[in-house]
Design a protein around this ligand. Structure first.
Ligand code: FAD
Ligand code: NAD
Length: 479
């Protein structure tokens, strides 16, 4: 057994590596166990997010959006481009280079912070001992004062649609195709379905998205989901709601997907299929039964508000515990646990975690939706403003979508901000700052926003909460 560590983190994704760095900053002796082997067959830090999630998907979304811009959105500007050639392998290579740079950067941060990277698979034994099985099979054990479990999540495989080479894939497969399928099927119109569906549609595939639920993007505010669905439809993304897939069969050529929708039973044949029906916590065999680690009914590590498990000195964070599966949520939990271990009193408000879907239009929100406020019986005022009349959005050729602000009817405190439109991912940060500072809509109404900017739509939505938007029609004009 090695010298005792103050903290051993199991998992080096955005939850685990951030927890390790913050613990080290606070003076603790830290090791992080990480088993990831990357596309180049090398051990890598960064987890799902950096290797096969947030970063590579955004790299391909960016490349494919450029293709779409050049092909379809230049004429109005008086620009014509001829002879466009799209080199998909180069696009994938660029994405891989970004991934390598970022994951290599985490390894450097570990070195700089004196964090030991224990390469291999970690398992919690009794009494906060962590067993590590190296990639060569060698087994070592390491004791710690505290253990942080950050083992993340894995894609859900449907029993009727088992992974099949590069034809029936989860998100990782769809991040690595070097040719564009003619016809692409996607099961699940959630975040991955929409982001990866958008990438391949922009590159030329006909994309059909089959979604079991009746509602589109049920977690989003209804106005946002309605507006985004209309825009996706206009782009040619064929989203079919209330469609339950009953069978998937790999043919010699193509994949037959049978389904039932409101009209009855039907089927379609696609060249490739992405299954994006959610992810599940990666908690299989992470702890020896002698350790006594408690999981919840959905297989996640059971934790309290402070990410403490049932075992004293053992914490769990990120995708493997309750709450949204988002990289920044994992990281925040990592920081919170590290600071607790250092004797600080950090607090994390799950209601302040922003959501972003990086499609075009981008979709982003923080706080509660109108439906959630209604269900909770909270009296609220609502204001919204369209990007259609925003000068900057027009100049960008992105004049569609809206900002919607919900404020408490009696205190005027901002309770939710919902955005669909250009740079929603960046605009939502303003809402997070305002809400964390417990701002009222009037506080923001009295602030000055640059002109012309997309932020003006945020300002106008806030003004319209009080019926005094200056560039839009107010529902309840105020004298
Ligand atoms: P992970 O990133 O999954 O990391 C867990 C790590 O633990 C892995 O490296 C794994 O190898 C390691 N591990 C697991 N078990 C063991 C073990 N026993 N021993 C050693 N190591 C182990 N989120 C966003 O916020 N924004 C986005 O834009 C976004 N885009 C995404 C796009 C895609 C295609 C996908 C799949 C996900 C995306 N996500 C996004 C979600 C995001 O990737 C996750 O929420 C985030 O990675 C969770 O971080 P984590 O540290 O909890 O887990
Ligand atoms: P998701 O939960 O976002 O969407 C899954 C969708 O599949 C849902 O709409 C669900 O109703 C549908 N579905 C489930 N079973 C189905 C079935 N049998 N047939 C048809 N439809 C079915 O999950 P995801 O898109 O797989 O993404 C997983 C997680 O990864 C997300 O929850 C998110 O937290 C994270 N992620 C985040 C981002 C981001 O932040 N931009 C991007 C990608 C992934």
């Amino acid at each position: 057994m090695s010298d005792k560590y103050d903290v051993i983190v199991i998992g080096g994704g955005p939850g685990g590596y951030v927890a390790a760095i913050r613990c080290a900053q606070l003076g603790m002796k830290v090791a992080c166990v990480e088993e990831w082997i990357n596309k180049q067959d090398k051990p890598a830090l960064g987890g799902t997010c950096l290797n096969v999630g947030c970063i590579p998907s955004k790299a391909l979304l960016e490349s494919s959006e450029r293709v779409e811009e050049i092909q379809h959105h230049n004429a109005d500007h008086g620009i014509s481009v001829e002879g466009i050639k799209v080199d998909v392998p180069q696009m994938i290579a660029r994405k891989d280079a970004i991934v390598s740079k970022l994951t290599g950067g985490i390894a450097q941060l570990f070195q700089a912070n004196g964090i030991e990277w224990l390469q291999g698979r970690g398992k919690l034994l009794a009494d906060k001992v962590v067993q590590v099985t190296g990639h060569d099979g060698a087994v070592t054990t390491h004791a710690a004062e505290n253990v942080i479990i950050a083992t993340g999540s894995v894609p859900i495989e449907l029993p009727i649609a088992k992974w099949l080479d590069d034809r029936i894939v989860h998100s990782t497969g769809a991040l690595n195709w070097e040719t564009v399928p003619d016809r692409l099927g996607v099961i699940g119109a959630g975040v991955i379905g929409l982001e990866m569906g958008s990438v391949w549609r922009r590159l030329g595939a006909e994309v059909i998205v089959l979604e079991a639920m009746d509602d589109f993007l049920g977690a989003a505010d209804a106005d946002v989901s309605k507006s985004s669905k209309m825009q996706f439809k206009k782009q040619g993304l064929d989203i079919r709601l209330s469609t339950k897939v009953s069978a998937v069969e790999a043919l010699d050529e193509g994949i037959k997907v049978s389904y039932t929708d409101k009209k009855g039973e039907d089927s379609l044949v696609v060249d490739r299929l992405i299954v994006a029906v959610g992810r599940k916590p990666n908690t299989n065999d992470i702890a020896d039964s002698a350790a006594g680690l408690q999981l919840d009914e959905r297989g996640r590590v059971a934790v309290d508000d402070h990410c403490a498990t049932n075992l004293p000195g053992v914490y769990a964070i990120g995708d493997c515990v309750r709450g949204p599966m988002l990289a920044h949520k994992s990281s925040e939990e990592g920081v919170m646990v590290a600071e607790q271990l250092a004797g600080q009193k950090p607090h994390m408000d799950h209601n302040m975690i922003p959501w972003v879907i990086y499609t075009d239009p981008e979709i982003a929100w923080v706080g509660q939706t109108e439906a959630e406020l209604k269900a909770a019986g909270v009296a609220y005022r609502s204001g919204s403003f369209s990007f259609a009349v925003n000068g900057r959005a027009m100049a960008m050729d992105k004049a569609a979508g809206l900002v919607k602000v919900l404020a408490d009817a009696s205190t005027d405190r901002i309770l939710g901000v919902h955005i669909v439109g250009p740079m929603a991912s960046e605009l939502v940060g303003q809402a997070v700052i305002a809400m964390e500072c417990e701002a009222s809509s009037e506080d923001l109404a009295r602030m000055c926003f640059a002109h012309p900017s997309l932020s003006e739509s945020m300002h106008e939505a806030i003004l319209s909460v009080d019926g005094r938007a200056l560039h839009g029609v107010n529902r309840k004009p105020k004298k």
